[in-house]
Design a protein around this ligand. Structure first.
Ligand code: TYM
Length: 337
């Protein structure tokens, strides 16, 4: 039997942070030799809120370079840009027509983002989860490694696939679309803001101090950790609901140091913030250093990155177009004459 297929992506909206890394990208890298991986830059998603074209182009390259810098290996992983594979848009339309509107209106992220946009909510923002379903289903993915905030979108993806299979599949045949499983790790699936341990770390938070970006300098990291929210209690503990910041910072330290949670609990139980913060700062700086060094090398040669994305697009198109044809045939479309 061949390897199972993994599909995942990040939106190129800048400010890639420790949540994106620990919730998603690092897990792709760690599991990559076990799977056949399709990892893409979700640039069609990035225009569901107002955007600047020059910035989108720059952010797309930065993100693709970061995928490589974080350790994606082209022997195991195909890296591509979503808009280079037109099947994503086409399948979205077909899925739109079988997705009940109220399923989309119930999406938590839509409600949250719509509030932020005020009057300016696009139809694309509502439709975003259908595009995400198309991304996943086109590759007949077995597993989708994401952070906790994407769980509802994955449930919707499964519901859409099941509905299409039910309405248009043939009883004795293979289902038209495979139902994917989310791959959400327990630790790191929800990295919280440095300014408020009850809110998730986010690219769109207006405060730079709320997140550590993967390309932050050591000085920026030091400054942000110095300023981050803590509490007045001495002795650091995990999992105390009254101390969300403490749990978040200890979790960051655990995940980035590679130590076991039990060991960190003992190491930090008598520490004050004055002792812990420099330790966390050094750990973050050290773990981002190799990524940042590799990023510099990759971005120094734009033609290399372009060739990676060109090859990735070609491989992705071959698979995506095959699934698209199967869906179109199931829905009753004939091949072009
Ligand atoms: P995006 O760009 O918001 O985030 C990319 C990945 O990072 C995870 N993530 C986090 N994990 C832990 N803690 C956090 N604070 C945190 N913030 C973000 C996200 O869960 C995600 O895994 N819709 C997706 C992109 C997408 C996609 C897909 C993903 C489009 N199509 C198909 C998987 C499959 C998004 O906006 O992710």
């Amino acid at each position: 039997m061949g390897k199972q297929r993994v599909l995942s992506g990040v939106q190129p909206t800048g400010n890639y942070h420790l949540g994106n890394y620990l919730g998603a990208i690092r897990n792709w890298v760690e599991g990559q030799s076990e799977y056949e991986n399709y990892l893409f830059v979700a640039d069609l998603h990035a225009i569901t809120v107002p955007h600047d074209p020059t910035q989108l182009a720059a952010d797309t390259y930065t993100l693709a370079a970061l995928y490589l810098a974080c350790g994606l290996d082209l022997n195991h992983s195909t890296i591509f840009v979503q808009s280079h594979v037109s099947a994503h848009s086409e399948l979205t339309w077909l899925l739109n027509c079988i997705t009940p509107l109220n399923w989309l209106q119930d999406m938590i992220q839509f409600k949250e983002k719509a509030v932020k946009q005020g009057e300016n909510v696009s139809a694309g923002l509502l439709d975003y989860p259908v595009l995400m379903a198309a991304d996943i289903l086109l590759y007949q993915a077995d597993k989708v490694p994401v952070g906790e905030d994407q769980k509802q979108h994955l449930e919707l993806t499964r519901d859409i696939a099941a509905r299409l299979n039910h309405q248009f599949g043939k009883p004795d045949h293979q289902p038209v679309l495979k139902l994917p499983d989310p791959l959400i790790r327990k630790e790191g699936a929800r990295v919280m803001s440095l300014a408020d341990g009850t809110r998730k770390m986010s690219k769109s938070d207006p405060s730079e101090l709320s997140r550590i970006s993967l390309l932050d300098s050591p000085e920026q990291i030091q400054y942000k950790i110095k300023r981050c929210k803590t509490d007045p209690i001495r002795g650091l503990t995990f999992d105390d609901p009254a101390r969300p910041e403490c749990n978040n910072l200890l979790t960051l330290y655990t995940l980035l140091s590679g130590k076991r949670k039990e060991d960190v609990a003992v190491e930090c139980q008598d520490m004050g913030w004055g002792q812990f913060k420099p330790l966390l700062t050094d750990t973050i700086i050290e773990s981002l250093k190799p990524i940042q060094e590799k990023y510099q090398v990759i971005t120094a040669d734009k033609s290399y990155l372009e060739s990676v994305l060109r090859d990735g697009g070609e491989k992705a198109r071959a698979i995506a177009n095959q699934t698209l044809s199967q869906v179109k045939a199931a829905l009753g479309y004939s091949l072009p004459l």
